[in-house]
Design a binder for this molecule. Sequence first.
Ligand code: PLP
Length: 430
Amino acid sequence: MTKLEQIRAAEARLLLSTYDRSPILFVGGEGVHIVDENGTKYLDLLSGIGVNALGYNHPAIVETIARQSRALIHTSNLYYHEGQAELAMRLTERTGLDRAFFANTGTEAWEGALKLARAHAGLRRSEGANIGTKFLALDQSFHGRTFGAMSTTYKAKYREPFGPVVPGVEFVRFNDVADLRAKFSADVCAILVEAIQGEGGVRPLTQEFFAEARALASSTGALLIVDEIQSGMGRTGKWCAYQHYGIPGAPADGSSSVGWIKPDITTFAKPLAGGLPLGAVLCTEEVARAIHAGMHGTTFGGGPLACAVGITVIDTIEKEGLLAHATEVGDYFMESLEKLAKKHETIVDVRGKGLMVAVELDSADLAKLTVAEMLKRRILINCTSDTVLRFLPPYIVERSHIDTAIAALDEIFVEHATAHSAPAGGKYHG
Ligand code: PLP
């Protein structure tokens, strides 16, 4: 029995069967490549589902972990350590928000955001405002697996086995301004969005929808909460995907201090600490009024090790110019995919921003097959929403890696078209 076979057998016996893993045993990595037990290198265009933003074995992260783990790994939140305020300063400066709370994961950050919204609505009611407790979430949204996050997540498969879910959530049709207006009322305490939906298929909100969500929330004192867990921390070429959305009527010369639509709360996780678990909730001073000592907390969240790495991740992204790089390589990726789409009718859409990129195919079977075929060619990608191939490469990815992926996709689509063409030949039509 190989080591992989032994591990598979042990996991099959010992773990909850929550995952359908690919049969590979990874043991190391360097840059954009992850390496299996046999020393085979895989080009990782998924980066641990959007986590390993600086790739594998980045010297700055390795050095920070070594230094900080020698000094202090954990304190609990009963005492001070050096990292939280330092990291909060960097995050508040880059988000336009005022205060931070640190958690461990995405779903936990999102729970914090939901609790803040309910607490804020309660505070406003105590001050005489007419504001309810309802959340408006979006069709195809994904916010996590814990109860609040799951209850604000759209797909039934994530919610139904665990019902009853948290009450007070209504879903709005994606990018449907009329539906948003119809469902919004003084009962709503917050509108919940991802500026670019991740699991939902890499779907960006329209400027019109996002601006309307901001305007409606502001009209009653409800909150606009933007989940940047997948799209944030530089993945789209800006610190937050919401920074791609201009304020309607704002001067185009950039003379307004913040040219983009600002949420009341945003959440980060995934790449925040370069692979260590760390989540963050950022909010305005107005929202922060609703929280007092003892109302919310965590044992591990915002520990010294994760915060030290978080600081290093942000500083490295800036030092290495990775926001501009993500934009440049991301644009090249999209252009290359658009060229591929001209050749292969099976590609029905190419979309994304920066290094959050997707290709929608006209066939779920082909999408699944493509992920498997890419894996055979030692390239990691995944498929979301059945028909969408998703690419979340590390920010250090280069054009040459994109060329490798495009050539592989081309080959797979050609092979598939040939296998499925009529005897007379012709293109694949799904
Ligand atoms: N929100 C978004 C937009 C996500 O993409 C995810 C995870 O994929 C989550 C929340 C949940 O994060 P985690 O898996 O760290 O709990």
